[in-house]
Design a protein around this ligand. Sequence first.
Ligand code: NAP
Length: 333
Amino acid sequence: MQVFKDGEKDVDPSLICRRSLAIIGYGNQGRAHALNLRDSGVGKITIGARPGSANIGRAETDGFQVLNPAAACATADLVMILTPDETQGKLYEEELAGNLKPGATIGFAHGLAVHFSIIVPRQDLDVILVAPKGPGATLRDLYQKGMGMPALFGIAQDVSGSARALALSYGSALGCGRAGLIESSFGEECETDLFSEQVVLCGGLPGLIKAAFEILVEAGYSPQVAYIECLHEVKQIADLLWEGGLKLMDESISNTAEFGGYLAADRIVNDQVREQMRAILEDIKSGRFVAALMSDTKAGGKELRRRRQTDAAHPLEEPGREVRALMERFEKK
Ligand SMILES: NC(=O)c1ccc[n+]([C@@H]2O[C@H](COP(=O)([O-])OP(=O)(O)OC[C@H]3O[C@@H](n4cnc5c(N)ncnc54)[C@H](OP(=O)(O)O)[C@@H]3O)[C@@H](O)[C@H]2O)c1
């Protein structure tokens, strides 16, 4: 694994400062990118937002000029596409492809649209990926604390010969060069990111939490206590894992928790579960997952909305609100 950090000869922070940038989308990633880049000395940043977007006001309050995506990209050397993955194809075709400057660079924070050919970039463009490994708010928060979030970077097209240098410079201005810019590719970033989201972060972990909560409540335990045991404490364990891997967690928990954990993991993450993990990876690699995502987008995001509503109505949400309010009062004292 090749990792680049600020101060190394391949990372030239001044390169990005000499370019004019358009950031299309001012959501989780868009806002954090724009603010971090500006604070790193990038002078020319225009935000591209669709008319009527609630984020126009936010970007203007933050001091940025906001134009529609077609106008914002027309004069930019680098256009960073930070809109939802599933709608990037339509945006590119209808507003960007015909307006991008000859020889411009387009950039992404996730490899999906390019890797699965939802966007087939014009032949004259450089195409770069700088994918911070975490939410936009954390990217901004770390930057302001003088720290950084690691990012993967990759190149899909390098017409100019300077795409890699620009990706490294952009990553550095985001603050990611303080932590590490890891050389990767659109394919590797996309497939591993989708897999970890689905199997661990946004699928497996919340799935385990919900099922464990339901089983405790079904068995007659208090929903508030079930919430604390199954969800609230996840943060403490995640922090230990993040800070020092399995070793620090094992050293920091009781022998009882550790011994019980080994036995339970063997039973829960069994051969059948591993088989499902492999099947999920295959669905990602073959494009079946992306086809399902795009088909739901075409249907107006019906399935996504239905699932979101089911989650919002889950019985752990109410005790969760109570417990969080209690903890907040407790922490304020
Ligand atoms: N969320 C994360 O933490 C994270 C982490 C790493 C990488 N990424 C990647 O970053 C990219 C952006 O994700 P995100 O989570 O930041 O998205 P998001 O928070 O949902 O924000 C999307 C932004 O795009 C705007 N938008 C939506 N459709 C648009 C269109 N057709 N034209 C112009 N603007 C449009 C939205 O504005 P309105 O809806 O108000 O118009 C909003 O400002 C994705 O590629 C994602 O995979 C995200």
